[in-house]
Ligand binder design. Structure first.
Ligand code: GLY
Length: 379
C-alpha cells in the first residue's frame, strides 16, 4: 500500500504540498485548524515578484524564488485544469519607482546583476515612466521596469488549490481545532490529535502551519525559529484611477486586482499573533498612496485587513526534514513570498518524501539553526 502523508496546515503551502504528494502516489490528508487558505494566504497581495523581492544579490533564496516563478504558469494551468477554477494570473509587469537620486543607485546596481535573469528588465527615465504609468506622481524621477513580474488573486488561488486537491483525491479536513498532541515513533510513524477529539495517523507528517510553526519545538526537541510579522493591507475602489503595473516604492506597493480594487500593502509589524488592523498602520499606507497616486489622496480604502507572515531569523524559509526525525518535514517560514514559493516548495517536499534529496545541499534545511544551537550547547 502507498505510504500515507499527513499535512498539517491548509494554507497555500500545505495545499500545494498535498497536490504534489498525491500526484506522486502518496495517500494524503490535509488537516487544518480553521478554514483552508484563511491565514497569510487569504491576506496576501499575491505578487509574483522574485526580482523586486530580492534587491540584494544572487543567492540560494533568489534562485528558489526564480525557480518557483518559472514553474508558475504551468503550475497554475494544471491547478485551473484540475479544479475548473480560475486563479487570475495577471502579467502586469512591475515598476520599482525612484523619487530621489538616492533611490536610483541601488536600482541601477540591481539592474546589472538581475538583467541576465530577465532580459527585458530596463531603467525607465521620467518621461518613459510617465508614459507607461500615466497616473503616477509627477515627483517620480524614474523606475526599474520588469515586464516579466506578475500576480495572482491569492484567495482564488487558495480556492482553486483546495478544489484541485479534492478532485485529485486528497482527504481534506477543515475546522479540526487546534493541535493538542503530536507523537512520532520510528515503529508507527506520526500521530496528531486535533482539539480533544480526533487523532490522525500517517507514515509521514509535513508541517505547513505558517506563522504558527514554532509550536513544533514543544513536541520535537528541535529549533523551529518561526515568528509572526503582521502585514496590514488595504484596498481602494479601482474606479478612482488607473494603476497599470505592480508599483513598488520604498514604503509600500500597489496592485490592481480583477475584483475592481487597487490593493496597497503592507506594514511589517512585530505584534505577536495579533491580527488586528490599526489606525496607525493603515494611515501610513493611505499617506503613501496619496503621495504616489494623487487620485488616492484623501480617499478612504474600501477594505483593510491583516495577515501574519511567517518569518525566520535569516529571512529564508525552512524546507526540510526535522534533524534526527525524518518522519517529519517542515515547509514554513516563507515570510513575504509564500504565494510565489508554493510550486518550488511543493517540488522540494515531493523530493523529500521520495527521499531524493540530501540536507547537505539544502540551503533551507532546519540544520542551519540547529547546528548553531548544538554548538552553543557544547560550549
Ligand atoms: N509579499 C508582500 C508582502 O508580504 O507584503
Amino acid at each position: 500500500m502507498a505510504q500515507s502523508v499527513l499535512i498539517l496546515g491548509g494554507g497555500i503551502i500545505g495545499l500545494s504540498c498535498a497536490l504534489e504528494a498525491t500526484g506522486l502516489g502518496f495517500r494524503v490528508t490535509v488537516v487544518e485548524e480553521s478554514g483552508f487558505g484563511g491565514q497569510a494566504t487569504g491576506a496576501a497581495a499575491g505578487m509574483l515578484a522574485p526580482f523586486s523581492e530580492n534587491p540584494d544579490g544572487f543567492d540560494p533564496f533568489f534562485r528558489l524564488c526564480l525557480d518557483s516563478f518559472m514553474q508558475y504558469p504551468e503550475w497554475v494551468r494544471e491547478i485551473e485544469e484540475i479544479s475548473g477554477e480560475r486563479v487570475e494570473l495577471s502579467a502586469s509587469g512591475s515598476l520599482n519607482v525612484a523619487f530621489h537620486e538616492a533611490d536610483m543607485l541601488p536600482m541601477q546596481t540591481r539592474l546589472q546583476w538581475q538583467r541576465p535573469y530577465c532580459a527585458q528588465m530596463e531603467w525607465l527615465d521620467e518621461s518613459r515612466l510617465h508614459s507607461v504609468e500615466p497616473r503616477i506622481s509627477r515627483k517620480a524621477i524614474g523606475a526599474l521596469y520588469c515586464p516579466a513580474e506578475s500576480h495572482v488573486f491569492a484567495p482564488k488561488l487558495a480556492i482553486a488549490a483546495e478544489e484541485a486537491c479534492r478532485r485529485a483525491g486528497v482527504r481534506l479536513v477543515p475546522h479540526a481545532g487546534p493541535l493538542s498532541k503530536l507523537e512520532v515513533t520510528k515503529a508507527s510513524g506520526v500521530s496528531v490529535t486535533m482539539g480533544d477529539a480526533q487523532t490522525w495517523r500517517a507514515d509521514r507528517l509535513v508541517v505547513c502551519t505558517g506563522a504558527w510553526s514554532g509550536f513544533l519545538q514543544e513536541w520535537i526537541r528541535v529549533g523551529v525559529p518561526v515568528h509572526p510579522i503582521r502585514g496590514q493591507i488595504c484596498a481602494y475602489d479601482a474606479g478612482l484611477g488607473e494603476v497599470r503595473h505592480m508599483v513598488f516604492s520604498s514604503q509600500a506597493y500597489w496592485v490592481r486586482k480583477d475584483d475592481g480594487t487597487i490593493v496597497c500593502g503592507a506594514s511589517e509589524d512585530v505584534a505577536g499573533f495579533d491580527r488586528s488592523v490599526t489606525a496607525q498602520g493603515i494611515e501610513r499606507l493611505t499617506r503613501w498612496s496619496g503621495r504616489v497616486f494623487s487620485f488616492l489622496e484623501g480617499k478612504t480604502p474600501v477594505r483593510s485587513w491583516a495577515g501574519l507572515r511567517p518569518a525566520t531569523l535569516d529571512g529564508r524559509p525552512l524546507i526540510g526534514e526535522v534533524p534526527g526525525c525524518p518522519e517529519v518535514i517542515v515547509a514554513a517560514g516563507h515570510y513575504r513570498n509564500g504565494i510565489l514559493l508554493s510550486p518550488a516548495t511543493a517540488s522540494m517536499v515531493g523530493r523529500l518524501l521520495l527521499a531524493k534529496t540530501d540536507s547537505q545541499g539544502n540551503a533551507f534545511s532546519l540544520e542551519r539553526f540547529n547546528r548553531t544551537a548544538e554548538k552553543e550547547r557544547s560550549r
